[in-house]
Design a protein around this ligand. Structure first.
Ligand code: PA5
Length: 407
């Protein structure tokens, strides 16, 4: 395993962590028992390394050969995993641009996307597990006539539409059958925010040229390793105990410029899984070193209601030496290492609890490990806190109100 997780700077005694390992172990047993609802994601990387991987790679090949643009329509768990990976990872082979729609209600953004569709050979991939999410339906309805106009008929447009949805349920599945769209499935027992290793995450990533085989390998390796269960358990226990000690916020701090959307993915995972029954650490993101020159003040001297988790990439894929000036002779990467060490020293000096998560490098394999590790951490923390990690009654609440108003 290539990630390194450092939990020794949380201020929590090792004995306190060890005291809860039994409970964390029970949570892991439940996740792997096959009896808990919505836990299909635990086996998804190893399961999907076979037939699904080959199918997705073949489809991605066809799309890349036929189109200049993939428009992915989805929201929440049905787009963030792919969007984050596409921002973060190198592309190992020729990919085409992927544009995301259906994740906002911004007319200007809709119009910009339509212009792109008019000007480029386009394939549309609509992703919705339920098949009836308002933002997604709206974007799909808006795009369809432009596709029909561009390709001469609804039938020709349908040949360029791919639907990723539940195997049986929902209006998207019904429409896909009626219109003959190509389809892939989001398994019934995997929720949106845990679906990154299903077709919902993998297909857009593959079209963009990401090495999804390596990503699944990394995640499957993490799933198979007891060492990683222990690391996820310890991080989960630290988060759980810090909450009990009164910490209310977790700053998720990205020490790499390409991890911005990964932060959004993680915010959804933690926020939607744990923010229930009046509890849960409020997940919020910062980018370092940018935010050290703004929010750094609050971190050092503001209300100490938070813990920090630093996401560090130890080795840049490419390095740049500093040619002159006070830092001549060093590289930008070396300065980044010094920045991380300085943050830890300064923040520990005022007793801020810090967890560090280090990647050796930001590639598909390690990124797969990282996502799987965090999914496991999240589920364990929620179970220790006695909330269901896999439902989202609050999100459903918004959706219900929206439907009432629309009706
Ligand atoms: O994690 C979740 O379940 C949600 O964020 C959903 O992914 C989001 O609401 C979109 O739902 P759907 O895929 O059904 O359109």
């Amino acid at each position: 395993m290539k990630l390194t997780i450092k939990t020794q700077n949380t201020g929590i005694a090792q004995s306190e962590i060890e005291a809860l390992r039994g409970d964390a172990g029970k949570a892991l047993d439940r996740l792997w028992s096959g009896r808990e609802p919505m836990t299909g994601w635990v086996q998804a990387p190893s399961k999907n390394k076979g037939e699904l991987l080959e199918k997705v790679l073949a489809m991605a090949d066809v799309i890349r050969n036929e189109a200049e643009l993939l428009v992915v329509i989805g929201i929440g768990g049905s787009y963030l995993g792919a969007k984050a990976a596409i921002e973060a990872l190198p592309k190992y082979e020729r990919g085409i641009p992927v544009r995301f729609l259906g994740n906002n209600l911004c007319s200007e953004y809709f119009l910009e996307t339509i212009e792109e569709v008019k000007n480029k050979k386009t394939v549309v991939c609509v992703i919705s597990k339920s098949g009836n999410t308002m933002e997604v339906q709206t974007a799909f309805e808006v795009i369809k006539p432009y596709m029909a106009e561009k390709y001469g008929s609804q039938e020709e447009a349908a040949r360029r539409i791919l639907a990723i949805t539940d195997a049986e349920k929902g209006s998207l599945r019904a429409e896909a059958i009626e219109k003959g769209y190509t389809t892939l499935e989001i398994p019934d027992d995997i929720g949106g925010r845990y679906s990154v290793f299903t077709a919902a995450g993998l297909l857009p990533m593959a079209v963009s040229g990401i090495d999804i085989r390596a990503m699944l390998e990394g995640a499957a390796e993490c799933a198979a390793s007891p060492e990683w269960d222990l690391a996820a358990a310890d991080y989960a226990i630290a988060r759980f105990l810090l909450q009990k000690q009164g910490k209310e916020v977790e700053f998720l701090e990205m020490c790499h410029s390409r991890l911005g959307y990964f932060g959004e993915w993680l915010k959804q995972l933690f926020g939607e899984s744990e923010g229930k029954e009046g509890g849960g650490l409020l997940p919020t993101t910062l980018t370092f070193s940018t935010d050290l020159h703004s929010m750094g003040q609050y971190l050092q001297q503001g209300r100490q209601i938070f813990m920090e988790t630093l996401f560090v990439v130890d080795n840049p894929l490419k390095e740049i030496p500093i040619p002159s000036g006070p830092q001549a002779g060093r590289t930008v990467g070396e300065l980044s290492d010094i920045m991380v060490q300085s943050v830890v020293a300064a923040h520990r000096a005022v007793d801020i609890p810090i967890v560090e998560i280090h990647m050796e490098k930001l590639d598909a394999y390690e990124y797969g490990e990282l996502l799987y590790f965090l999914e496991t951490t999240c589920a364990i923390t929620a179970m220790l806190s006695r909330v269901n990690p896999f439902d989202q009654p609050g999100v459903e609440g918004y959706k219900a109100e929206m439907h009432k108003l629309l009706d």
